[in-house]
Design a protein around this ligand. Structure first.
Ligand code: KIV
Length: 282
């Protein structure tokens, strides 16, 4: 199966074909989403919340991102795999940003990296792209700096804030980003940005006018129970399926139903008899 290239993603925008992106953090999750035929897989720093149990994405480290990115990459042939840059892995300097993007790309095996922020991150995006590493931008609600944004709230609702988002998107495009995630912004603003820039927009709470959509796997499978943002559609209740399966296992072990002969190994009766004899047992 051929790897989906950035040129293919740009062509999809030109041809009006929607781009699908979903997060995955492990080998089996990546197998599932790849088999389902998703175009892009984001090894998001959301793993901090949905896989590692942190209260937000701030504590996620480069080591954790590398570990999970490598696992995902091992499962994927076709989909474009993007590795998320965790908080403080790119915020300090251009040099730090290029070094850590290089780790996710070279050691982690990601096809691109994502970082949060607009105009203020343009120098870093330019430098990472110059180093030969594709960059996915992320504006609107940027979870790593949610405290500065007044919490996990819809962004860009005022004229001024909407204008800033448009300028951020244009700055990222000029800096060389190949696509931009638009998180939790009014649909009208997302559509306007989508029309103004040539690179694809991937919405998460950005409405139907974006060139593509992304969801967190655990949210859409009903696996993350702490809260469900308004922009999430829950497609399955995998949590309940898993709990029920484990309950059944516990019950069957307790009642002696599992393991049955079907799931057990046997040896020849005469060998068993000899073994008993050799051990002086009856
Ligand atoms: O980390 C993540 O999963 C993300 C998506 C919400 C876009 O950044």
């Amino acid at each position: 199966m051929n790897k989906l290239m950035i040129s293919d993603l740009l062509k999809m925008k030109e041809e009006g074909k929607k781009i699908t992106m979903i997060t995955a953090y492990s080998f089996p999750q990546a197998m599932v989403v790849e088999e389902a035929g998703v175009d892009m897989i984001l090894v998001g720093d959301s793993l901090g919340m949905v896989e590692l149990g942190y209260k937000d994405t701030v504590p996620v480290t480069m080591d954790e991102m590398l570990h999970h990115t490598k696992a995902v990459v091992r499962a994927v042939e076709r989909a474009h795999v993007c590795g998320d840059m965790p908080f403080m892995s790119y915020n300090i300097s251009v040099e730090q940003a290029v070094t850590n993007a290089g780790l996710l790309y070279k050691e982690g095996g990601a096809d691109s990296v994502k970082l949060e922020g607009g105009q203020e991150m343009a120098d870093k995006v330019t430098a990472i792209c110059r180093a030969g590493i594709p960059v996915l931008g992320h504006i609107g609600l940027t979870p790593q700096t949610a405290n500065l944004l007044g919490g996990f709230k819809v962004q860009g609702k005022s004229l001024e804030a909407a204008r800033k988002l448009v300028e951020d998107a244009e700055a990222l495009e000029d800096a060389g980003a190949f696509a931009i995630v638009l998180e939790a912004i009014p649909g009208q603003v997302a559509s306007l940005i989508t029309e103004r820039i040539k690179i694809p927009t991937i919405g998460i709470g950005g409405g139907a006018g974006c060139d593509g959509q992304v969801l967190v796997l655990h949210d859409m499978l009903g696996l993350f129970k702490r809260f469900t943002p308004k922009f999430v559609k829950v497609y399955a209740d995998v949590y309940s399926i898993e709990v029920n399966a484990v309950k059944k296992y516990i019950e069957e072990v307790q009642k002696g139903i599992f393991p049955s002969d079907e799931h057990s190994f046997t040896m020849k009766e005469e060998v068993v008899k000899e073994l008993f004899k050799a051990l002086g047992m009856k």
